[in-house]
Design a protein around this ligand. Structure first.
Ligand code: ATP
Ligand code: MG
Length: 440
């Protein structure tokens, strides 16, 4: 992408309305724009990051055996009347009437709809286990939307729903998502801690929130420090091994971790002074096992091996991609701007032409830009005629992991400079060597 042709409306000043660093940086870099309270457009730079986050979520869901579909944002109130939640949900639900005066709603979640899809076609235990997910917009009329897309009214959620014949099978499905979540957050460059959680209006009795520690987090959390050293389950984890997944779950839930709603002060105080952590955190994911809470009122049954009808045991599993993007920034930035983990960076590298219009600089940059693109890299080429200082500041601000700097003196010697955004380390290489290094 040539910066001169890109759409990246950078703000010169810090926006006044932003209270936390991620919100400030997302506005300054032109990643998002508020359209009305708690409702955002994702501009091209932000969209690139969001897409990369979604791709990682998708890969790990698929690896764990979940299957993607897509359900609509608008739902008929009827299904929610069946489950009893149409009345219970309260003011967070946006209720709409269509031209025939039928009650509709903008989905805040999809348990009812997925249960309806399930009951309409699955009749036998032989089709189980089944886990279906989508990545779709939700609407919740939050009383206090704030911090940009961290807590918005319209937001993206990956929501998965599992169906099993028995409670024991459902716990295995739960463990699959537990492990998929550990892997997902790790690949996003985050250390998320699973904490026992309250089940809220969704109901049920087996639930964990995945929390990232950050001073600006809205949740108060208490945990043992040892989480920092726990190993993330490997890519070749066998998701069909009931014992194997249970062992990972047991390990990750063996030490104390709870949000304020579930906090047990006595248990926490029994941890040694230097071993405990009381901090603030951001909830980035939430998983529930809720048994037959929806299958019962909505009549979702399958025939078991005994020939009898059984209500299915369900769970639901949410991750918030539009909250994860600011959460990653909260965890990874410095005074100059964002520092993207390579896995979600909007570009792999930025080529900075320090003297656009200078023939040697231009041709070197064109060569670098073409070579990196041909190697399948996402490259931003700053071909604008801004001053070099402005270009460096922009590159630091938007947090692309590697900067390839082409200035007249280096170029005359057949060289360019590489700068690592995170460490600030610089090295001078021949153009050839730079291309080899970046495409290795
Ligand atoms: P919170 O306590 O933060 O309101 P929740 O418990 O209501 O979250 P869930 O219903 O468990 O959230 O939703 C699953 C995930 O969706 C959350 O872990 C979070 O990542 C995301 N999410 C929920 N509400 C919002 C929101 N208003 N804006 C952005 N992301 C959200
Ligand atoms: Mg909420």
């Amino acid at each position: 992408m040539r910066l001169s042709r890109f759409f990246m409306p950078i703000l010169k000043e810090n926006p006044k309305e932003a209270e936390i660093v991620s919100h400030r940086l997302m506005l300054r870099t032109g990643m998002i724009r508020q359209q009305s309270q708690g409702i955002y457009s994702w501009l091209p730079l932000g969209k690139r990051v969001l897409d990369k986050v979604n791709a990682i979520i998708r890969e790990e869901q698929n690896r764990a055996g979940a299957i993607e579909l897509s359900m609509p944002t608008l739902q008929s109130a009827e299904l929610w009347q069946e489950s009893g939640r149409y009345e219970d949900y309260g003011k967070e639900m946006l209720r709409i009437r269509d031209r025939q005066d039928r009650p509709m709603l903008y989905g805040p979640t999809n348990e009812e709809m997925i249960t309806d899809i399930f009951r309409s076609s699955v009749k036998s235990y032989k089709s189980l286990p089944l886990n279906l997910y989508h990545i779709q917009l939700k609407f919740r009329d939050e009383i206090r939307p704030r911090f940009g897309t961290m807590r918005s009214r319209e937001f993206l959620m990956k929501d998965a729903y599992s169906f099993d014949l028995t409670q024991a099978d459902a716990i295995h499905s739960y463990n699959k998502m537990f492990v998929a979540y550990l892997r997902t957050f790790d690949r996003l460059g985050l250390r998320a801690i699973p904490m026992r959680a309250d089940t809220g209006p969704i109901g049920g009795n087996h639930s964990h929130e995945f929390i990232i520690l950050a001073d600006t987090g809205e949740s108060e959390v208490f945990c043992h420090k040892s989480f920092v050293d726990f190993d993330i389950p490997a890519v070749d984890t066998d998701f069909d091994s009931v014992e194997g997944l249970q062992a990972i779950f047991d390990k990750w839930t063996s030490v104390y971790a709870a949000t304020s709603e579930m906090h047990d002060a006595a248990a926490f105080d029994s941890i040694g002074e230097g071993e405990r952590l009381s901090a603030r955190g951001i909830e980035v994911g939430h998983i529930f096992y809720f048994g037959t809470k929806y299958s019962e009122p909505m009549g979702a049954k399958v025939q078991g091996p005994d020939g009898k009808e059984h209500l299915v045991h369900m769970g639901s599993y949410g991750i918030g991609p539009t909250r994860l993007v600011p959460a990653i920034i909260e965890a990874s930035h410095d005074e100059n701007g964002i520092i993207w983990p390579a896995s979600v960076a909007p570009f792999d590298a930025v080529v900075i032409n320090m003297k656009a219009g200078d023939q040697a600089c231009d041709s070197t940059c064109e060569r670098l830009y073409a070579a990196l693109q041909n190697a399948g890299k996402d490259v931003l080429y700053d071909d604008t005629d801004d001053r070099a200082g402005t270009k460096f500041a922009t590159a630091d601000l938007i947090g692309v992991p590697v900067q390839v700097i082409a200035g007249p003196r280096a170029v005359a010697a057949g060289e360019v400079e590489l700068k690592d955004r995170k460490t600030g380390a610089r090295e001078t290489l021949t153009i050839e060597a730079a291309i080899n290094k970046l495409t290795a």
